[in-house]
Design a protein around this ligand. Structure first.
Ligand SMILES: [Zn+2]
Length: 132
């Protein structure tokens, strides 16, 4: 759409990534808000459900669900943080550069994972951070 504005190859990439990340950030914010709301509703539910007199397994189910939402919320927050940091790197002009080896991260990797901060070969050298 606006690619003619950025004739240089490298310049063309950053705005596209920024667009993607801004959209991602909105989605991540919405997801965090949604999960936080869900958790709040569940928290309220749990407090009114402390009695375990009947055999109703609902109490156990909700606390299980609650754990699941807590985990989802944590990962949504982490993702939002990643997206924000990626946007900060776009601003700083360091987006798409591997933070370990300083080489450019391949475009396909950034398309698959816009928040990537290291290239695959650097991640492979650190099993702790290996993902997907
Ligand atoms: Zn690297």
């Amino acid at each position: 759409m606006t690619q003619t504005l950025y004739p240089a190859d490298e310049a063309a990439e950053a705005p596209a990534a920024a667009d993607l990340l801004v959209r991602e950030q909105l989605e991540a914010e919405a997801r965090v808000a949604e999960l936080a709301g869900e958790l709040e509703a569940m928290g309220a539910d749990l407090e009114t459900e402390v009695t375990f007199d009947d055999e109703d397994a609902e109490g156990a189910t909700s606390s299980h669900d609650r754990e699941r939402v807590v985990a989802l919320l944590a990962s949504a927050r982490r993702h939002l943080q990643d997206v924000r940091e990626a946007l900060a790197r776009v601003d700083a002009g360091t987006y798409g550069v591997c933070e370990r080896c300083g080489r450019p991260i391949p475009r396909e990797r950034l398309e698959a994972l816009p928040t990537a901060r290291a290239c695959v070969s650097c991640l492979d050298r650190n099993p702790l951070r290996r993902r997907s």
